[in-house]
Structures are given as structure tokens and as C-alpha cells.
Design a protein around this ligand. Structure first.
Ligand SMILES: Cc1cc2nc3c(=O)[nH]c(=O)nc-3n(C[C@H](O)[C@H](O)[C@H](O)COP(=O)(O)O)c2cc1C
Length: 359
């Protein structure tokens, strides 16, 4: 627990730890399904996230050796510290998944007790586990005894609006081995409506003596400092605000860095596209990337019609050409970025090569 401070006294650069994993800043990049690919995480680390997290990975998919699921375990050497998040409802299968996550080279195993999506909750996984504390504890205990890595849990406040289930379950999860908790204080029912009630985060901080990460609606430096100061949480998690917008991490960490230039935006987008194509393969990357065009080029950075035009294209070379035509200086920024960044060959690829072909 952090001592309560005035917002202006919060030092976002102060390192902290989850057990023996040192985390260099107070910003954590959120796990987001369909978003948190390796390129997103590596970029997040470059812009100041102290810890990054994979999207949720199905323990059943890992158990069955599903090629696509195994692909989520690709970890690059410059992502550390990194958490890989798993979801499921069977303690033994979750423990097996955790061992695979550890073998893949993750620093932390994160468990999802927050997903509100029916496809996941109907299997007894995700947020439903907040209402089944016995099973939730059995999962955490099984995972914690299966691996030497710290185990963290990410949860919502509960299933129904106004629920305080997280305050009942959280301390029990710590007792059975959770080394850190992340709270997104909305109910599962709320999905992403309403606001995150960080008064609940402050209550959770008081109840346990492991680091708490506050997730929900942190979009600016002022908000990050206010949430850290008011809750005593060890770090804030940044989710939607960082979609196509790594600059928000820099802005939160450093006062007055301001908006990126059009050249920077295009260069980062093209680098992101190239890395994602390498990671997912052409076909899968095509659908995946379209939402990112809007996210990168939005926020008043480029005209709406330009974003719409790009999403009509299926050929990356053509998309790159149009982007460079809109901001010619971006080629130089990109060349510098590519020079500074280790290439894919230099990063660790610890898994059998068959896994990487999965696209
Ligand atoms: C598109 C999307 C996908 C998400 N996927 C996950 C996930 O896989 N695991 C998880 O724990 N939370 C997931 N979340 C929740 C976020 O991690 C975060 O808790 C939530 O968005 C609130 O933070 P924000 O206001 O900063 O976005 C997802 C959120 C979004 C918007």
C-alpha cells in the first residue's frame, strides 16, 4: 500500500514491485482482447508503461494445444516486465495454463475474474467467479502453487450494479496466493457504461497488503495523479485511452509533452502495421488493423474522410502509400524508429517454430 499523498506529490516514475518483479513506472498498460498484441505492448513499453499485459488467453485453448491460442504466448525480449492473462474455470486446467505461461517467459501470471462477456461468463469464467469465491480461491491457489512467478488477479467490483463482491473476495484471493490485485470498479452488468468508482479501490487498498492497480477511466496525468493519491493504489492502468494513442502514456508521465505531430502518428501507425502483419499474418492483420486506423488518425489528427478511405483498402502497401502521402516527413521518423527498435530476429522467440506460423 502507498501512503496517501496530495496528487501533486505522486511520482509516476517511482519504481515499485510485485513480489520480486521490479516495475519501473506507475503506469500499467491494460489487457485488451483484440488490441493487446505484441506490437501494442512493445510500443506501450517504449512510451513509458512500466508493465504490459497480454489479452486474456483461454486456458482451454492452451490445454488443447490450439495453434491460435498458443500464438498469444509469443513474447518479445523487449516487453519485460510482462504479465500474461489467462481465463478459465477449472483450477487444474488453469494451473497447467500457468505453467505454459511461465515456460513462455512471462514475468507474472494474471488471472481474469473481470470479463463480463457472456461467451466467457456462461462457462463459469471471468466475472462470474466473483460470485463463486470458493472456486475463485481454488483457481488462485492452484495457479500459485503451479508456478514460481507472482500471480495477480484482475477483477470487476462484482456482477450487479452496486455490488461490493470484490471487497469480500479480494482479501481471500491474497490469502491463497495472489501477489497483486487489479480492480476495475464497474459491475459486469455495467460493461463500460457509467464511471469507475475508485472509492471502492481505496477500500480494497485498506483491506490487503499487496499492491493494487487501479483500472478505469484514467485518461490524463491529472486523473492518474488524483486516482493514485485518493486510493493509495500502487499504479494506474491505462486501457481505452491508449488505443492508437501511445502518446497518452508519455503525457501522463511527463508534464507538457503535448500532442504528437502528424509525422509521428503516421510513423508509429506504419511501424505498428508492419509488426502486426509479421505477428498475425496478412489475412488476420487486415481485419485486426482497420479499427486502429480510426484510433490513430482520430482525435482530430486527420480528416474523417481519410480514415474512412483507408479502411476500404485491403492492401497494406497501398495504405502505407496513402499515409506517407498525407505526411511525407513520416518516412524519416519511421526510419529512426526502426533503427532504434530491435528487429524481430533480436527478440526472444522461445516457443517451437510451429507456433509462429499460426497467424
Ligand atoms: C476492447 C477491450 C478489451 C478488453 N479486454 C480485456 C481482457 O482481455 N482482459 C481484462 O482483464 N480486461 C479487458 N478489458 C478491460 C480493460 O483492461 C480495462 O479494465 C477497462 O477498459 C477499463 O479501463 P479504461 O477505462 O482505461 O479503458 C478490455 C477492455 C476493452 C475496451
Amino acid at each position: 500500500m502507498q501512503a496517501k499523498r496530495e496528487p501533486s506529490q505522486v511520482d509516476l516514475h517511482e519504481p515499485w514491485r510485485i513480489r520480486d518483479v521490479e516495475i519501473p513506472t506507475r503506469l500499467v498498460l491494460a489487457p485488451m482482447a483484440g488490441v493487446s498484441v505484441q506490437a501494442f505492448r512493445r510500443q506501450g513499453r517504449r512510451y513509458g508503461a512500466g508493465l504490459v499485459c497480454s489479452e486474456m488467453v483461454s486456458c482451454a485453448g492452451l490445454h488443447h494445444g490450439n495453434e491460435r491460442t498458443l500464438g498469444y504466448l509469443r513474447i518479445a525480449g523487449d516487453e519485460h516486465p510482462l504479465a500474461v492473462q489467462i481465463f478459465g474455470s477449472e483450477p487444474a486446467v488453469m494451473a497447467e495454463a500457468a505453467r505454459m505461461v511461465a515456460d513462455a517467459g512471462a514475468d507474472i501470471v494474471d488471472i481474469n475474474f473481470g470479463c463480463p462477456v457472456r461467451k466467457v461468463t456462461k462457462t463459469g469464467a471471468g466475472a462470474t467467479l466473483l460470485e463463486d469465491p470458493g472456486r475463485a480461491c481454488a483457481i488462485v491457489a492452484a495457479v500459485a502453487s503451479a508456478v514460481d512467478l507472482p500471480v495477480s488477479v484482475k477483477m470487476r467490483r462484482g456482477l450487479e450494479d452496486g455490488s461490493r463482491a470484490c471487497l469480500a473476495v479480494g482479501p481471500r484471493l491474497v490469502e491463497v496466493g495472489a501477489a497483486s490485485l487489479t480492480l476495475h470498479p464497474r459491475s459486469a452488468k455495467q460493461m463500460y457504461t457509467g464511471t469507475a468508482d475508485h472509492a471502492l479501490t481505496a477500500e480494497l487498498v485498506e483491506l490487503v497488503d499487496v499492491p493494487i492497480i487501479a483500472s478505469g477511466d484514467v485518461t490524463s496525468r491529472a486523473r492518474a495523479q488524483a486516482v493514485l493519491a485518493a486510493t493509495g493504489a500502487s499504479a494506474v492502468m491505462i486501457g481505452r485511452a491508449a488505443q492508437g494513442n501511445p502518446w497518452v502514456l508519455r503525457e501522463i508521465l511527463e508534464e507538457g509533452t503535448g500532442e504528437p505531430s502528424r509525422e509521428e502518428v503516421v510513423a508509429e501507425l506504419v511501424l505498428f502495421m508492419r509488426e502486426t502483419v509479421r505477428e498475425l499474418g496478412d489475412r488476420k492483420a487486415n481485419g485486426f488493423l482497420k479499427k486502429f486506423y480510426g484510433w490513430y488518425l482520430g482525435r482530430g489528427r486527420f480528416p474523417r474522410a481519410f480514415k474512412a478511405e483507408l479502411t476500404q483498402l485491403d492492401d497494406f502497401v497501398e495504405v502505407e502509400c496513402r499515409l506517407f502521402a498525407a505526411a511525407p516527413g513520416a518516412r524519416f521518423v519511421l526510419a529512426r524508429l526502426e533503427e532504434e527498435q530491435p528487429t524481430a530476429d533480436e527478440v526472444t522467440l522461445d516457443l517451437p517454430i510451429s507456433i509462429y506460423g499460426g497467424g
